[in-house]
Design a protein around this ligand. Sequence first.
Ligand code: FMN
Length: 353
Amino acid sequence: MSASPLFTPATVGDLALRNRLVMAPMTRSRADDAGVPGELTALYYAQRASAGLIISEGVFPSAMGKGYVRTPGIETDAQVAGWKRVADAVHAQGGRIVMQLMHAGRISHPSLLPGGALPVAPSAIPPKGQTWTDQGLQDMVTPHALSTDEIAQVVAEYRAATRRALDAGFDGVELHAASGYLPEQFLSSGSNQRTDAYGGSVANRARFVLEVLAAMVAEAGAGRVGLKIAPEMGYNDIVDATPQDTYGHLVEQIAPLNLAYLHVALFGTAVDYHGLLRPRFKGAYLVGGGLDQARAEALLGSGQADAAVFGSAFLANPDLPERFRRGAPLNAPDKATFFAPGAQGYTDYPALG
Ligand SMILES: Cc1cc2nc3c(=O)[nH]c(=O)nc-3n(C[C@H](O)[C@H](O)[C@H](O)COP(=O)(O)O)c2cc1C
């Protein structure tokens, strides 16, 4: 039997990975009300440290970026200290971990934000739908459209968050520009109807993401910064009129930044985005979205990807690489405990004996 390409080492920017299995960023809603991850979170990630690389759950760079109850931040000293325990626990197992910076933008709710503030967005266009708050499901609201000065402030917050992620001992940072959150709200024509330099043309709509990435690179160095996109995912009421142009342009424009990696998650689109995007990107190309072992090995074996990103399979199988190596059966993920507080469905998935 030929060796699986999943288990060869890889270089991703400045990071040396022991295998090509990446744990996907997954919000788990186990932080306290101050956005601080606790001991249980350190255990959860340490259990999964045999991944070549862990991408953390989405972490808000500033309190205005918080999108869901019990999600963690990287703004206060207590949050940094909480994340330091996580990074140390992963490193103690020989693992690597980057922090995903996630600003929810208009997919937030006043009940989650300082002083009951309105969520922010490129334009004052409410997303359709409801969001889960401590008061139950509530309609999403019309957001405050950021002024150009306020945009510069948000970019600076991403930069400061990058600094703090590194201070906490993380190996790098990933910009979450998918799932309908703030960066994708700027990229997409349905949520961005600005008439200044941040809206209108594809080039203008890409400007915010490019400025945030440049700020993250200025702080961490290019070899420790990655970008996640998910063209046409449609999640959180996000629509773009010309996604192939938008993402083609974006990936072309990030070339001079020399990012460590581009992480592309695809969900059932008919368009060959990997064919479109990969030739435009020189760094490591990470593919995710509905993979199983066979599909991941085919992608790596044919050179279509440099690493394979697994979400729910890693959530439910702390020792996923070992299970793939042995051809062992997988635990099934329990959706009921994805976002529920406590250890159940978090740190109690069994590893192989
Ligand atoms: C419980 C859960 C939480 C998620 N939270 C995030 C998140 O915080 N950031 C993100 O970029 N993607 C998030 N995702 C999407 C995953 O990163 C991944 O793209 C998705 O699960 C598809 O991969 P899979 O089919 O291997 O599970 C989440 C997925 C799940 C199942």
